[in-house]
Ligand binder design. Structure first.
Ligand SMILES: Cc1cc2nc3c(=O)[nH]c(=O)nc-3n(C[C@H](O)[C@H](O)[C@H](O)COP(=O)(O)O)c2cc1C
Length: 369
């Protein structure tokens, strides 16, 4: 039914407008008590077997909403109502910024993909922190806060910008993500180089510890699928060295030619990061590589081209404790999370693993033993 609705309605509309419209409906539904209770009962049934623990946090399950959908933390309850076990808000930058000029979001329908060059449009760390502070949660969900660099801040002052966001936001975050992998902020991805990443992650860790006492805020880094294999290994080693809690793999890709795209070349040539189905193979490959390197020492989050329960299951077997999605939600609609959970529970039940935690990395371990 949603696919018919998508074809008749959303597909004809500008992609960003459709996003804002759907987003408004989700927020509205989450504000009406009977509606949200009914929606959550239908769309977010809990499966005991899927209960997950990641970096010390207990969650209803392993499946969350990737960063970029709720940039300003305005719809956390709405997304929990739709069944996401965790919601990663952001990317939030130190200062507010409008992002790139529109049009900046494109649907590659035949490829089940998106290209975006949003450029971190967001209200900035002070406004988002105030919103999170005022929040009265309706549904219990885990909130990740993803931070990035303000565009006008020069690269030489990037650390200061991330630290500012950390000081404002860490206390409101169940976990914190340093995003150094979006292709739409000039120079951002060069922060993935170990000699830049080390001081950045160290400073963010210190800022989080300084501002949040009484608990240790888990810190993760989100990486690009376009890193060379040696660079993936280098980030993995650094993460272990610094005692990071997790790595999120992956962000969108700037690759095009290697993806076998079938959409209109005028569209596929749009500048920006590509997400969705064509990203699946590379994201999975990066995840496998990371797990082979870090094993259980660091929690891995698998994201990129996850379209259904089978994809989520494959990420878990490859080494992901948590799985995230974004683009497939646009194409699959509000029942997406429900079907992923149902399919995951069914797969776990017929698998040789007693718990989801036991399944994490099982395939990668087989290959590397
Ligand atoms: C429109 C759009 C905006 C995004 N914005 C962000 C962002 O602000 N920060 C971030 O870390 N990732 C962002 N992402 C990347 C997603 O979080 C995710 O890593 C990527 O889309 C791959 O997952 P998917 O194939 O399930 O979409 C964005 C993705 C899309 C499609």
């Amino acid at each position: 039914m949603y696919s018919l609705f998508f074809q008749l309605f959303f597909r004809r509309m500008d992609a960003e407008r459709a996003h804002h419209l759907a987003f408004r409906w989700i927020r509205l539904a989450a504000r009406i008590p009977v509606l949200r209770t009914f929606a959550a009962a239908v769309l977010a049934p809990r499966h005991r077997a899927l209960r997950t623990e990641a970096f010390g946090l207990r969650m209803h399950g392993p499946f969350g909403l990737a960063a970029g959908f709720d940039k300003n933390a305005v719809a956390i309850d709405g997304m929990a109502m739709l069944g996401f076990d965790h919601v990663e808000i952001g990317t939030v930058t130190g200062e507010p910024q409008p992002g790139n000029p529109v049009k900046r979001l494109f649907r590659l329908v035949p490829d089940r993909a998106l290209i975006n060059r949003m450029g971190f449009n967001n209200e900035g760390s002070a406004a988002v922190a105030a919103r999170l502070a005022a929040r009265r949660p309706v549904f219990r969900t885990t909130v990740g806060v993803n931070i990035g660099k303000t565009k006008v801040v020069p690269e030489s002052e990037a650390v200061r910008d991330y630290v500012l966001s950390t000081e404002r936001l860490a206390r409101h975050a169940d976990y914190l993500v340093v995003n150094v992998s979006s292709p739409n902020t000039p120079g951002l991805r060069s922060l993935q180089a170990v000699d830049q990443l080390r001081p950045l992650l160290t400073a963010v860790r210190e800022a989080a510890d300084r501002t949040v006492t009484g608990r240790r805020v888990p810190l993760l880094v989100k990486i690009a699928p376009d890193l060379a294999d040696e660079d993936i290994d280098a980030v993995a080693d650094l993460a272990v060295e610094l005692g990071l809690d997790g790595i999120i793999a992956t962000n969108t890709t700037i690759a095009r030619d290697t993806l076998g795209l079938v959409s209109d070349p005028a569209l596929t040539a749009e500048t920006g990061g590509l997400s969705g189905a064509p990203l699946k193979a590379r994201s999975l490959e990066v995840l496998r590589r990371l797990y082979a390197r870090v094993g259980d020492r660091i929690t891995l989050v698998g994201v990129g081209g996850v379209e259904n329960a089978e994809d989520a299951w494959q990420r878990i077997l490859a080494g992901a404790t948590l799985v995230q999605g974004y683009s497939a939600f646009i194409y699959a609609g509000p029942f997406w999370s429900r079907s992923v959970h149902k399919g995951l529970a069914a797969r776990l039940a017929v698998s040789p693993y007693a718990t989801l935690a036991e399944a994490v990395g099982a395939d990668t371990r087989k290959v590397t033993v």
